[in-house]
Design a protein around this ligand. Structure first.
Ligand code: HAM
Length: 413
C-alpha cells in the first residue's frame, strides 16, 4: 500500500462534525460586529514580506522567526502571520481614508506562524478580528473592547478576564524604555538569550518573558518601581483615564496589567487582552490595541486606529460541545425511485432529507434514521399504493400516517 500523506505539523483539518461550531462563531461575529457598524473585508493570504517587516516590526518574534516566506519571480512573499498589516495596506491602497470616519472593518481567516506547536498554538490558525480607523478619542477604544466582550458573551463565554494597559506614545515610551534599561542593565548577563537580544532592540518585551530566572530579576524592587511608575505623558494619561471611565460606565470588568506589552511593534497607548483560565499556557483568546502610527508608517496619512483579533481555535475549545444538528427526515423505503422522488420534493421545500442510496434492509435503514434524523419517513408498499407516508417521530416514538401531500407539514412539528 502507498504511504499515507498526513497534515503538516501544527496544522489541523476542521472536520464536518466540528464545522457547525465554527459556523456558530462566525455567524455570531457577523451579527454582533454588524450591530456596531463593522463591514467585512477579505484581503489576500499572501502579501509582500516588506508589509510585515515594516508593519509588524523587524524586532518582533513574528517577523524574525515565525514567518513563512518564499521567493517567486524575484519577489519576497509571505503567508500573512496576522491581518492588521494587510487591512492597513488595503485601507491605504483603496483610498478608504476618503470615507467618512470611522471606517470599521472585520475579517476572518487563516494566519500562519512558524511556532513550536502545542495545545492552543498552531502553525496555521484562524483569527476573527476587527480594525477601526480614524478615531483618536478613547470612545473608540472602549467601543472595541466592549464589542469584543459582548461577542464572547454571545458565545456563552462570560467569565473571561479582560486586561488593559497603556504603552504610551513613542515620546513618553522612549523615556520609559531608557529608565527600564538602566535598572536592568546590571543583570544583563543573567538574562536568557532572548531577553539579551531584546534588551536594545525591544526592551518592553523583556517584561513578558516567561523564563523563571528572568522573572525573578524583573521582580526585584528597583525594577518593579520603574515598571509601576507612571511614565505616561499628560495626553496619554488622560486618554487612558477616560478609557477606564468609559469601561466602568459600560459595566466592563477589567484588570490593569502593567506587564501587558503585546508581541507586535505597532501599538501605541491602549493595549488589551482577554484571557481564560481554562486554556493552559496559551491563555489569550483575544489581543488588540491602538496603533496610531501604523497607517503613516506604511505610507498613508496620519490615521489613528484600533483593533483586535481572536484565535478561533482557542475560542472554540472554550465553548461546550453541543449536539450535532440532525436531518429533518430520513426516508426508509425499499423502493429507491419513490424514495428519491420524495427526497427531492421535500428538499425543494428547504428540508434537510436523506434516503438510503444502497437499498439496505428496512430495519437497517430505520436504525440509521434514528441516529441521524428527527423523523423517519416510511415509504412501504402499502404507503405507496395508498399515496401516503408514515412519519415516525424518532424522539417520542409516535407514528402517524398521512397523505403524501401533507408530509412536509408534519416534519416541521
Ligand atoms: P496576536 O496577539 O498576535 O495579535 O493574536 C491574536 C490572537 O490570535 C491571540 O490572542 C490568539 O488567540 C490567536 N493566536 C495567535 N497566535 C496563535 C497560534 N500560533 N495558534 C493559535 N492561535 C493563535 C494580532 O494578531 C494582532 N493583529 C491583533 C490586532 C488587531 N491588534 C490590533 N488589531
Amino acid at each position: 500500500m502507498a504511504n499515507i500523506i498526513k497534515t503538516l505539523k501544527g496544522t489541523k483539518d476542521i472536520l464536518p462534525q466540528d464545522v457547525n461550531m465554527w459556523q456558530f462563531v462566525e455567524e455570531n461575529a457577523k451579527k454582533i460586529f454588524t450591530q456596531y457598524g463593522f463591514k467585512e473585508i477579505r484581503t489576500p493570504i499572501i502579501e509582500t514580506t516588506e508589509l510585515f517587516s515594516r508593519g509588524v516590526g523587524d524586532t518582533t518574534d513574528i517577523v524574525n522567526k515565525e514567518m513563512y516566506t518564499f521567493e517567486k519571480s524575484d519577489r519576497s512573499i509571505t503567508l500573512r502571520p496576522e491581518n492588521t498589516a494587510g487591512v492597513v495596506r488595503s485601507y491605504i491602497e483603496n483610498g478608504m481614508s476618503r470615507l467618512p470616519a470611522p471606517v470599521k472593518l472585520w475579517y476572518k481567516g487563516p494566519m500562519f506562524r512558524y511556532e513550536r506547536p502545542q495545545a492552543g498554538r498552531q502553525r496555521q490558525f484562524n483569527q476573527i478580528g476587527v480594525e477601526m480607523f480614524g478615531i483618536k478619542q478613547p470612545t473608540a477604544d472602549a467601543e472595541v473592547i466592549l464589542m469584543a466582550v459582548n461577542f464572547l458573551k454571545s458565545l456563552g463565554l462570560n467569565d473571561l478576564d479582560v486586561e488593559i494597559n497603556s504603552l504610551g506614545c513613542p515620546k513618553c515610551r522612549a523615556e520609559f524604555k531608557e529608565k527600564l534599561k538602566s535598572v536592568i542593565k546590571p543583570y544583563l548577563n543573567d538574562l536568557c538569550e532572548d531577553c539579551q537580544n531584546r534588551f536594545d532592540k525591544n526592551p518592553l518585551r523583556l517584561l513578558d518573558c516567561k523564563v523563571e530566572d528572568c522573572q525573578k530579576i524583573y521582580s526585584l524592587p528597583e525594577i518593579q518601581e520603574i515598571i509601576h511608575s507612571d511614565f505616561l505623558c499628560e495626553e496619554c494619561s488622560s486618554h487612558y483615564t477616560e478609557l477606564k471611565l468609559y469601561l466602568d460606565r459600560m459595566g466592563v470588568r477589567y484588570k490593569e496589567n502593567k506587564l501587558l506589552v503585546r508581541g507586535l511593534d505597532y501599538y501605541t497607548r491602549t493595549v488589551f487582552e482577554i484571557k481564560s483560565n481554562n486554556l493552559g499556557s496559551q491563555n489569550a483568546v483575544c489581543g488588540g490595541g491602538r496603533y496610531d502610527g501604523l497607517v503613516s508608517q506604511l505610507g498613508g496619512e496620519e490615521t489613528p486606529a484600533i483593533g483586535f483579533a481572536m484565535g478561533m481555535e482557542r475560542l472554540i475549545s472554550l465553548i461546550p460541545a453541543n449536539e450535532q444538528p440532525k436531518l429533518d427526515g430520513y426516508i426508509v423505503s425499499n423502493f429507491p425511485t419513490d424514495a428519491f422522488i420524495l427526497a427531492e420534493e421535500l428538499r425543494s421545500y428547504g428540508l434537510n432529507i436523506e434516503f438510503d442510496l444502497t437499498n439496505k434492509k428496512f430495519t437497517k435503514q430505520l436504525e440509521k434514521a434514528s441516529k441521524c434524523a428527527k423523523y423517519a419517513i416510511i415509504l412501504g408498499e402499502d404507503e405507496i399504493l395508498k399515496h401516503q407516508v408514515s412519519i415516525k417521530n424518532l424522539e417520542t416514538g409516535n407514528q402517524i400516517t398521512v397523505n403524501r401531500e401533507n408530509c412536509k407539514e408534519n416534519l416541521y412539528l
